[in-house]
Ligand binder design. Structure first.
Ligand code: HEM
Length: 503
């Protein structure tokens, strides 16, 4: 097994962005327009919704996660990637499977009976199997690296529950998506599809960003290292989520058992509380609410503040951050993401309390789901992408840093318009017809705002990943300028931070 670490496979990012703009978000926008403006909905609506959801979860988010983690995890576990050629096979299998599966679903729905639907009913299971194999090979690589790691770091021990949740989320979601294609028709699929989506959201899409945040936020957002027993929070979150999801398993008969359903609802409330607690322990609210200096003084050792504020880099760096603005205002996207995660937790909490005490204040599943997927996951990918991806290709900044603010503005408008009208619609506020109609028009164009944010994000990320060499000289000149006059202590501190991030 070669000792060299494999370089970053940018193809994962290009493919994820292409599927997101060309299919996932486009279908979402196409669904929202007629729903918002009360036009005719497309025929076979469940197929449109399922294909949109699957393309977004596997194509946009899934491929981004697989691409980034196949670069990050080997360095995090200090173990070179076994089988360095496997990542591109994984990319081909997942992408081909996903695209052929999506097309087959539409062909089967729209062209019964015909030679085309006949072919599609063969390509559908084959493509679903290809996609499943791609994800299983990815999980095999992750498990293999974890097994050969000599001494997992103390930090890995802290995030281990989240790591295991990430892996099991991928395994359960993909295996249930495959089983659905082989054993169920579109209608029978609905309950299993909803369960697999909720499992993927609760396990993979929450656990991985939290594990990443504990590792990267100290450097990216100048947040203090985690001093709280995070592992216990992870285990409590895991248990609450398992009990909460149990009644959703179709055919298990648990949903008829009132005691189980109450236990699941209590777990939903506890889980929502745990999510807010995790965000609190990440000190994000503190950083967002407290002024930079007050924040620094409150949470960092005084000698660090002193050394940092005396360092030359401090004068050049952005206030409250270690960078010089070369990644743009990426933090606005990260803060927005965690605000929408908190909104999701409040929706979950309210729904749970409303069920427990038979109050009629439920926001419904869809606004919470999109507060999480569009608000938290999508905005977080954009914020982390701007800050982290340039470093993966040895560059110290993005091509158009000024775009970051526009991403934050367009992205937050898209989330607000995607979830608030539906949340209002399903609650007591739905009585004001004119307000609701206006809001629903907003919902109708939410997809267009999301698409424009994605396009701007792709422009800056793709040009950054494609352009080579420019940044190196700039990086050297910037760093050498500051390094030359940087105090030994401060240089040691920043490099220790960077190094700590990678191992
Ligand atoms: C502004 C952008 C978006 C728009 C306009 C949009 C629109 C929609 C609509 C209209 C539905 C059907 C809701 C229903 O059940 O009635 C839906 C479902 C769904 N969306 Fe989105 N969406 C957007 C972004 C996203 C993102 C970013 C993700 C994931 C990363 C996502 C994942 C899903 C999933 C998983 C479902 C449920 C699919 C199913 O039930 O099989 N959506 N979306």
């Amino acid at each position: 097994m070669s000792q060299r670490q494999v370089s970053f496979q940018t193809a994962f990012i290009y493919t994820s962005l292409t599927i997101a703009i060309g299919a996932g978000f486009l279908l979402g926008a196409h669904l929202a327009l007629p729903m918002g403006f009360n036009w005719n909905l497309p025929e076979h609506l469940p197929v449109w919704i399922q294909v949109h959801g699957h393309l977004q979860l596997v194509g946009w988010v899934g491929l981004f996660i697989v691409g980034v983690s196949l670069y990050f995890i080997p360095r995090f576990l200090k173990t070179p990637l076994p089988y360095p050629h496997l990542p591109l096979w994984i990319l081909c299998l997942i992408t081909t499977g996903l695209i052929v599966r999506s097309i087959s679903e539409f062909v089967i729905a729209y062209s019964q009976p015909s030679i085309y639907s006949g072919i599609a009913s063969i390509t559908l299971p084959i493509s679903a199997l290809a996609e499943w194999t791609g994800i299983m090979l990815y999980l095999f690589l992750i498990a293999r690296m974890h097994r050969v790691t000599d001494t997992p770091s103390q930090h890995f021990a802290m995030v281990k529950p989240f790591f295991l949740m990430m892996v099991s989320g991928f395994f359960v979601y993909e295996s249930l998506q495959l089983a659905q294609v082989f054993f169920f028709d579109v209608t029978e699929r609905l309950p299993w599809n909803q369960f697999s989506i909720n499992f993927f959201i609760a396990f993979t899409l929450l656990a991985l960003p939290i594990a990443f945040a504990t590792r990267t936020f100290p450097l990216f957002l100048q947040l203090p290292p985690i001093r709280f027993p995070f592992q216990r929070l992870g285990i409590a979150y895991l248990l609450a989520t398992l009990v909460m999801l149990l009644p959703e398993i179709p055919g298990l008969g648990v949903s008829e058992n009132t005691a189980f359903v109450s236990a699941a609802t209590v777990s939903q409330v506890v889980r929502a509380f745990l999510i807010l607690w995790i965000v609190w322990e990440l000190k994000l609210y503190h950083k967002m609410l407290l002024t930079t200096d007050a924040f620094l003084m409150r949470y960092f050792e005084p000698d660090y503040i002193d050394a940092w504020q005396k360092s030359v880099t401090f004068q050049r760096a952005r206030r409250g951050y270690f960078d010089f603005g070369e990644f743009g205002r990426f933090e606005l996207l990260i803060y927005s993401a965690f605000v929408w995660l908190s909104v999701y937790a409040v929706f979950e909490f309210t729904d749970g309390v409303s069920t427990l005490f038979s109050l009629d204040v439920s926001f419904g599943r869809d606004p919470g789901r999109h507060a999480f997927l569009l608000g938290f996951v999508t905005l977080l990918i954009m914020g982390m992408g701007l800050r982290m991806l340039p470093g993966f290709v040895q560059k110290n900044g993005v091509e158009y840093p000024k775009l970051a603010i526009w991403l934050a503005v367009l992205g937050n408008i898209a989330v607000f318009l995607r979830i608030v009208p539906i949340a209002l619609h399903t609650t007591w506020l739905g009585s004001n017809e004119t307000l609701l109609e206006m809001m629903l028009y907003g919902f109708g164009v939410s997809g267009l705002f999301a698409l424009s944010a994605l396009i701007l994000f792709s422009v800056t990320i793709m040009t950054t990943l494609q352009r080579s060499g420019i940044k190196d000289e700039q990086m050297t000149s910037v760093l050498s300028a500051s390094c030359e006059c940087m105090h030994q202590h401060e240089r040691g501190h920043r490099e220790r931070q960077v190094e700590a991030l990678m191992c």
